[in-house]
Design a binder for this molecule. Sequence first.
Ligand SMILES: Nc1ncnc2c1ncn2[C@@H]1O[C@H](COP(=O)(O)OP(=O)(O)OP(=O)(O)O)[C@@H](O)[C@H]1O
Ligand SMILES: [Mg+2]
Length: 507
Amino acid sequence: MSEQREQKFDLIENNTNAVRAVMTAVESTIGPKGLDTMLVDQAGNVVITNDGVTILNLMEVSHPVARMLIHSINAQQDAVGDGTTTAALMAGEMVITGLEQVKKGVPVAQVLTGLRYGVKEACRLMEREAVLVGSLDTGQLYNIAYVAGREDTSIASLIMEGARLIGQEKLLDSGFRFSQQVHAVEGADSEVLNGVYITKERLTRQMPLELQGDLKVMVLDDALEQEELNSSALATESGFQQYLVLKEEFKTNIQKLISTGVQAVFADRGVDDAAAEMLEEAGVLVVARVPHRELEELAEHCGAKMLKRTSLQKSAEELKKQFGTASNIIGSEKLHSIKVLGGRGKAMATILVGATTGEVVGEKERIAKDAAASVQSALQRGLVAGGGAAELAVARQLEQNKNALSGMAVFGADCVIAALKKPFMQIVTNAGFNPLEKLGDVHRAQELQQNTHLSINCDTGRIDDLYISGVVDPLYVKLHGLKTAGEVAEAILRINIIVKKKEYQQI
Ligand SMILES: Nc1ncnc2c1ncn2[C@@H]1O[C@H](COP(=O)(O)OP(=O)(O)OP(=O)(O)O)[C@@H](O)[C@H]1O
Ligand SMILES: [Mg+2]
């Protein structure tokens, strides 16, 4: 064998091993019987999780190909919020089978042609498997939340309650991310709030902890402080005089603010001490340094305008018009947070997931966010039978359609077929069954009964119509997973050589 060819084989071997290592890290977590992984850093900090993308992001990885794979799985998480383990396994399988074929002598270009065709065709066939959801009242949406939410009935119910509160129209809005409404809080009770959750406390303990009525709420996208003068101006006599004038003006503005009858002020940044004192005396609740996203939600929910501090120069009447309204504000000293409920603006649901200990907060939040993202995605694009049923049905059809390809490109389509089978194989392996035997059983059953919803139900180990049993996954999660896997596999297969770059040097 020539030296060049030998080097190429070494590279293939090396890349295959890197991809296999990534797959090994997540494969035991997939499916209802998947186990958790515990990750520990040098300081002894522990993360326990079942979530593919979380494991991959916390792993120490230096191989460039493994990093590419992890990077693409993050894209799956960002776009659809679930299905990261499925995508990682499919991508890994595509790469490994692709590299094996290159090793056997199939030209990379042919593998890539077949792979591209396979992914496109698989997506088309997968779309044909989809069932549209129609409305929020469909029981299948609860099932989606239940499956994506790791069979946690209370999380699934919370997510559906939140979805109903937010309403179908908002959930169908592609700019709205339902999963962002989910917060897990240590020590909190699980509940769905008709309002927003602010992760900050009142500025002083003398300010009211709870308020109710027709509450006037000011949302300040700024600091509640007087205008600043630069230090060189302050050093001059006239500058100092100007400072005193501004200070007086600021005080007058705060008095004017109080005269509006405002009951709560939420500011994006800091609040001047003197202003805080005046507001406290007037019984106004002031909250400083509210995260920007929470402030935006608050403004939307209460129907308030986000004001800058220059607005304080407006008349009291003008100012009042910019306030929002809420019916209840409830602070919690224990949780260092505030709930603002019953806003007059847009309906807003915040899903609070209680967790007993710090270690499980993160995992609860990941699970609930996965469930929320899946419900929204299923409502938008429909759903398919889970447990690998849809993938196996698509694999069978692709097996026939691939004959449209000419020459060795067929081997590329085989990579996609192998990838489509992989999640099923791993789900049943994790449930303690023989994957090859079960694969044969499911293929035969789907064929004989002409039913592509059939697969192994891991709760019983038997063939079942998973659509009827409510084991369903959102279509978009599957489509995105396939595309992600195809893109990263193609990128990795294209690599002919890896050269270590020189360290960056300043010239
Ligand atoms: N009772 C069941 N029998 C068979 N398969 C099931 C059952 N319940 C769920 N599944 C399947 O398990 C898969 C989901 O597993 P899991 O949530 O571990 O992985 P993921 O969604 O790909 O990744 P992650 O949630 O880590 O981002 C889906 O394909 C789902 O249909
Ligand atoms: Mg999942």
